[in-house]
Design a protein around this ligand. Sequence first.
Ligand code: ZN
Length: 408
Amino acid sequence: MSGARTGACPACGHHVAVDFFDGGEQPLATIAWPGNAEEARAMPRLPLDFVQCVNCTHIHNAAFDYAHVPYSSKPNRMFNSGAAWSAFMRGLVERILARVPAIPVVVEVGHGDASLLAALAQLRPGGRYIGFDPHGATGGREGIELRAELFDPPGHVAALAPDIVVARHVLEHLESPLSFLQSIAFAAAAAGRDVPAYFEVPCVDRLQETGRTADLYYEHSSQFTTRSFTAMLEACGARIDSLAHAYDREVVTAFVSLRAPAGHCEAARAAGQYRASARESRSAIARQLEALAGDPGGVAIWGGTGKSAAFMNRYGCDATRFPVVVDSDRSKVGTFVPGTGQEIRFRDWLKDHPARTLIVPPQWRAADIVREIRREGIGASRILIEHGGALVDFLAGEHPYQRPEEPA
Ligand SMILES: [Zn+2]
């Protein structure tokens, strides 16, 4: 298939897309606000290189760069004053209020002029109506908190326990709307509750049906189809309560419930345990190494690259206390251990310079190495491997790695 591209789809995360629309180069179309004709004509041209995800049909500009979009200094002027829009908004307010408790906590991501929060607060006073928008309206109104900051799911879901999170015409401006939704879902699971949400984005189903192209400009770098919007919701494990179109199918909306599977929390807990135990083992093993460094019987480390180099750097096996590093791979001999600087010697060096203790960082190779040293008549009486947060005796200690006596 010609025109195939790789790169993560903003909506579904799939990595194969195909060429969709080559729009050449155009200036920013909506948020630059040039002050006069000359300034307008001199605006920099930016590439429109739209691709379509083969998995979910999402359309995005592969050449898009946020650095060219000055949201901070030039606000996105959007007025919700059209008659049809107002009717839609009235209906939306009712639908939101029907889904939240009598005293609700409503979070709106990208509140803009805050008219939706104001309407909700007016009809259902007493709740908390919190808007997050670095470039939106500021200042307090009765019952409304407007924060000039980004919504941060891990902190804000736990702290605010929202009854609903609303994001209208926001997801299509995010570099990765999928990651935003997944982080809300994960925060919900971590908080042990569902987070209901309402999302609304422009829909370009008719773009392909009709062959029109004017939707595809620089600021609109990410364009949802009904299929890609649904794929995004499915990819974050959302339960879709209702999916609907508005404005003659130019907008797609959904009420959903977000909560990542319990397995994600289990994975996070296990990661935390690994992290904590790795931190503990670092000092425990460093103490063991400190004791070994003074061993008059001698200590050698087997292997000078890869896992062995990682081990030495992790646990501070410096070249002064642990000068002897050997390897059975002749191609590594004469090179130096990255970071710590020991010269790597061939394993036969141990025949003339015996070491009582051999440290073998790659545990899974220890059985082979024991066979090798026995075959070669290298006399190390103790082989140590890292296991369970300590250095343990490979031949006599408890560990899950195969011993040399066992069949391969
Ligand atoms: Zn996709």
